[in-house]
Design a protein around this ligand. Structure first.
Ligand code: HQG
Length: 182
């Protein structure tokens, strides 16, 4: 388990890699990566601390990859805001028959009317199981509604799905006709 201090640093890394790299003086490459060495310097973190954060992050939010020139790069696996232009270059993947989305119950009427929209992010985030969807919804409210998404039917209708490196399913929008309230 991460110390409180490392949890704080982890949140800061999320913010920088997903939403506001410029606040740390960093620029993401086209696919959302920054050199680990630059991130460490920018945030005043050691490599050992970063490794601990990456290994213990509850949702494996960060991916680290070594390049041919032996440098290590890091990015957030999902959750970028739209203001940060990134192409996660994830292959399209056939989704499971159904996926799930948890949301505050207060959003119910609007979602039934308009479907799921990505709001300020690049994609709508879908969960592979109900407990995960409930956890996602509970970030925002105690009273959570869970929708079942007819993912295979959506794919057959031409919608594209991507599976992020940490197992979150991403798609552009979910029209209301593919949603059922659980
Ligand atoms: C809602 C976390 C009204 C949507 C999680 C959600 C996830 C609508 C909110 C990831 C709507 C957007 C993303 C409509 C969508 N009317 N409300 N038509 N369409 N909404 O945070 O899915 O911890 O951008 O239901 O685990 O909650 O950051 O999306 O409540 O994977 O790694 O608009 O964030 O991951 O909120 O969460 P968000 P989300 P991390």
């Amino acid at each position: 388990e991460l110390s409180r201090e490392l949890v704080r640093v982890s949140r800061r890394i999320s913010m920088v890699l997903r939403h506001r790299p410029e606040t740390a003086g960093l620029t993401l490459d086209a696919n959302g990566w920054v050199p680990v060495a630059e991130l460490l310097t920018a945030l005043g973190v050691t490599r050992a601390e970063l490794d601990e954060i990456v290994a213990n992050n509850d949702k494996s939010r960060f991916a680290v990859a070594r390049r041919a020139d032996d440098t290590d790069w890091i990015r957030a696996s999902q959750g970028h805001s739209r203001r940060v232009v990134v192409d996660l270059d994830l292959p399209a993947a056939p989704p499971p028959a159904v996926l799930f989305h948890g949301t505050p119950a207060a959003n119910l009427d609007s979602i039934m009317r308009e479907g799921l929209r990505p709001d300020s992010r690049h994609h709508v985030h879908l969960s592979a199981d109900v407990p995960t969807a409930v956890t996602v919804g509970r970030r925002r409210a105690a009273d959570v509604a869970v929708f079942e998404v007819a993912a295979t039917a959506m794919a057959e209708a031409g919608h594209t799905f991507h599976r992020s490196e940490n197992g979150v399913w991403l798609t552009a929008v979910v029209p209301p006709g593919f949603l059922t309230l659980k």
